[in-house]
Design a protein around this ligand. Structure first.
Ligand code: AHR
Length: 514
């Protein structure tokens, strides 16, 4: 996608007008040649992250078999059903920083004999280890998802990690494989991805990239799985605009030991970790800064892919964004270490603009994991005891699921800018693809909360003059679903002619071109 913007005009206006412009219409043109094909958008771009953090696992997913909340072998039925509906392709577990202190043996065997630890990172609460390796694989099985297991390089040993891999994947008559069988699982599990460390620049060990690259090689050497069963091995990269880790890892880790480098990026409205901004009740200036900061991931991906182009010209390494999303101030009255936050229409727009960016980099960005799946940060689902709500972000995942494994189609977007002060983002972002069902899909996000956009689609290489699908929008910037009003915000049916698709202010649309 190439965004051509009326930047010049936008800047000229900015000097003369107040920050919030009066209502106007963005005239946008999207040119698509359906005969052109780009890379496949890997379904794993729509992956999730589930950490032992707050109520991300306990209460949010796992309530135990004896709970009054309807469950299947301890897993909440409502949450599992809702997640199945958006076709979660892959789940990363057990952390995050939690993974850096996780010792897998604590989470196997009879539950009443598992050790109780302290979750030092997240609220200092007791970690019962009731949810461990077997429960994780049962969860992904219930969801129909693949497993992304994150190993502990920060405080674990090479032997511990190697033995976990053997426990999970061995089909032999070894003591470890037999221990797995004794604990109830006969067949080895399939692991799609295995992370060797998490945030090794910070909570995962405060390492230098050179040191971590050596450690990575050492740990990866001893991670053995049966032939054809080795997961994709993921190196822990850095965050934001930094490229040094991508550079050092891609030069110092051999291609047969690494399949991808992970990268993290959180959108914090203020850019200040001490006072990030509230999840609700914000002004337009904060809406804007959230869009503007989220949009930066495009540049951060670009500069890192530039490094990979140099060090890995054959494109063997993936670039995985295995933590991303919005991060606001803790909700008043809640345990700050639980990272529980509300989720509004603003988060829906952030999800859509991020997907449109990920699609553009689909060749290398083949997996991402939003942080996090339930009750933590930019969640799909919020729970309160037996109650559950689906967030606006959940609905965007539902609308975009047609892009899973779809073949991207390059497009050109001519749009004005949504501006504030000296900063601006494209008012409308878009992506197009041919779905696995053979249909043509277009996604559009109008980031401007004040002004509508009218999109003209110039389509070549396919015969269509109408668009039909779904629209997500609301009157308030912080519109949301609550436990009292769980259906306040949901997608509605949407139809338009291709030469005049009217996007309301602050809206997401996904349509089939017919
Ligand atoms: O997602 C919350 C935390 O953010 C993760 O545990 C950590 O990896 C990151 O800093």
């Amino acid at each position: 996608m190439k965004a051509i913007c009326t930047k010049f005009l936008g800047l000229a206006l900015l000097t003369a007008l107040p920050a919030t412009l009066p209502a106007a219409t963005h005239e946008v043109t999207v040119s698509i040649d359906a005969a052109q094909t780009g890379p496949v958008i890997d379904k794993d771009v729509y992956g999730q992250f589930a950490e032992h953090l707050g109520h991300g696992i306990y209460e949010g997913i796992w309530v135990g078999e004896d709970s009054a909340i309807p469950n299947t072998r301890g897993f909440r039925n409502d949450v599992v059903e809702a997640l199945r509906a958006i076709r979660v392709p892959v789940v990363r577990w057990p952390g995050g920083c939690f993974a850096d202190e996780y010792h897998w043996r604590d989470g196997i065997g009879p539950r009443d004999q598992r050790p109780v630890k302290v979750n030092t990172h997240w609220g200092g609460v007791e970690e019962t280890n009731a949810f461990g390796t077997h429960e994780f694989f049962e969860l992904v099985d219930l969801l129909g998802a693949d497993a992304y297991v994150n190993g502990n390089i920060g405080s674990g040993t090479v032997r511990e990690m190697a033995e976990w891999m053997e426990y999970m994947t061995s089909d032999k008559n070894s003591t470890l494989a037999n221990e797995r069988r004794k604990n109830g699982r006969d067949e080895p599990w399939e692991i799609a991805y295995f992370g060797i460390g998490n945030e090794t620049w910070g909570c995962g060990g405060n390492m230098r990239p050179e040191y971590y690259a050596d450690l990575y090689n050492q740990y990866a050497t001893f991670l053995k799985a049966p032939p054809g069963k080795r997961p994709k091995l993921v190196a822990s990269g850095i965050h934001g605009e930094i490229t040094e880790w991508t550079d050092i890892l891609s030069r110092n880790v051999s291609h047969d030991r690494m399949d991808g480098i992970s990268h993290h990026y959180y959108t914090i409205p203020s850019g200040n970790w001490e006072k990030k901004g509230a999840s609700t009740g914000f002004e337009e200036s904060e809406w804007f800064s959230t869009m503007e900061r989220a949009y930066r991931i495009d540049e951060y991906i670009r500069v890192n892919l530039e490094v990979l182009r140099k060090n890995d010209p054959d494109e063997e390494f993936g670039f995985y964004i295995d933590e991303w999303g919005t991060w606001y101030d803790p909700e008043p009255g809640r345990e700050p270490g639980f990272l529980y936050q509300q989720n509004t229409l603003r988060d829906a727009l952030i999800a859509a603009l991020s997907f449109n960016i990920f699609h553009e980099h689909a060749r290398r960005v083949t997996m991402t994991n939003i942080a996090q799946m339930v009750n933590v940060l930019q969640a799909m689902i919020l729970t309160d005891k037996e109650k559950m709500v689906l967030t606006p972000t959940y609905h965007v995942y539902g609308m975009y699921k047609v892009f899973q494994d779809a073949t991207s189609i390059p497009l050109e977007v001519r749009t004005g800018r949504y501006s504030m002060g000296e900063l601006s983002v494209p008012a409308v972002t878009a992506s197009a693809a041919r779905g696995t069902d053979g249909k043509l899909y277009l996604a559009l996000a109008n980031l401007d909360p004040q002004n509508e956009a009218v999109v003209t689609v110039r389509l070549e290489g396919a015969d269509a003059d109408a668009a039909a699908g779904q629209l997500l929008t609301a009157a308030a910037m912080d519109a949301r679903n609550t436990f009292d009003e769980p259906e306040a915000l949901h997608p509605v049916a949407f139809e338009a002619d291709l030469d005049e698709i009217e996007l309301p202010p602050k809206s997401v649309v996904v349509v089939e071109l017919q």
